[in-house]
Design a protein around this ligand. Structure first.
Ligand SMILES: C[S@@+](CC[C@H](N)C(=O)[O-])C[C@H]1O[C@@H](n2cnc3c(N)ncnc32)[C@H](O)[C@@H]1O
Length: 255
């Protein structure tokens, strides 16, 4: 059996806390995202959720596009455990969601895609990977299809002081997540250190740290890179999280 990569080891720790960490973000994000999707999408029969994680976006996609087949692509096995559980426990998701244990390259498995969601993950892709993502997305989109990409509200790497980003109580226990970031010299990377802490009452049960790098850039870079693959885009002005909607340019041939 092959040994785990650093990323995979990191997800073994963070997956358990991921929904604690992202709960607030998703409840704040839902309305924005739903408004954007309503405005930019035509009829939607086929959706790909790239980097689906624990499946936070699935309820929204399912509500908004109740007839669509949803293809959730997620490379981290630990995240897929939560994704699988979420899908298994919802009869509507069970009917619609297929789960792909791989990277965005698995887009190739699905044709005629009306909506590709790339939420919370574009900064994990290198420039070369992003180039391949735009190319393959442009090829697999249905006529009129859209790609929705969001990124962090930071355009250049810089120091971010440690702060508590989540705190949730379950039973007699408390979970806290702290985040701090620093710029990695001579690169566009920010190194994020996430600390996951669990208490029993006031007694510390455990504390784990995961470090992960994120390519930090604004929507302008997404537009410029995607243009090379024949995609044109619009930044969504009303969205609190920087969000870009891309479409195939009328004149470009998928290829
Ligand atoms: C921060 S989570 C976001 C999960 C979910 N989309 C959300 O917004 O809650 C980022 C996810 O991207 C996935 N990811 C990282 N590299 C990827 C790649 N090359 N292709 C597809 N997914 C990737 C990770 O495994 C992780 O689950």
């Amino acid at each position: 059996m092959k040994s785990l990569t650093d990323d995979e080891r990191g997800y073994l720790i963070s997956a358990e806390y991921y929904d604690v960490m992202s709960e607030q973000h998703w409840s704040a994000r839902c309305k924005d995202l739903s408004d954007i999707l309503q405005t930019v999408c035509g009829p939607v029969a086929t959706i790909v959720d790239v980097g689906s994680g624990t499946g936070n976006g699935l309820a929204l996609l399912n509500r908004q596009f109740p007839q669509a087949a949803i293809h959730a692509v997620e490379p981290a096995a630990a995240m897929r455990i939560a994704l699988m559980t979420r899908v298994l426990h919802d009869s509507r998701l069970r009917e619609r969601v297929s789960i792909y244990p791989g990277t965005f390259e698995q887009l190739q498995e699905v044709d005629n895609i009306d909506l590709i969601l790339v939420s919370g993950c574009i900064g994990f892709f290198t420039q070369a990977q992003r180039g391949r993502l735009w190319k393959s997305a442009a090829r697999q989109l249905a006529p009129g299809g859209v790609i929705l990409v969001d990124t962090m509200p930071l355009t250049v790497p810089h120091q971010v002081a440690r702060s508590r980003v989540a705190c949730t109580t379950l039973g007699c226990q408390r979970y806290e997540v702290f985040l701090q970031g620093e710029a990695v010299e001579n690169s566009d990377l920010m190194r994020w250190e996430m600390q996951f802490i669990q208490y029993q009452g006031e007694r510390l049960l455990r504390c784990n740290t995961v470090v992960r790098d994120w390519h930090t850039f604004g929507p302008g870079r997404i537009l410029a890179e995607a243009a090379q693959a024949g995609l044109s885009g619009l930044v969504q002005a009303d969205s609190a999280i920087p969000t870009v909607v891309l479409r195939r340019r009328e004149s470009s041939q998928p290829g």
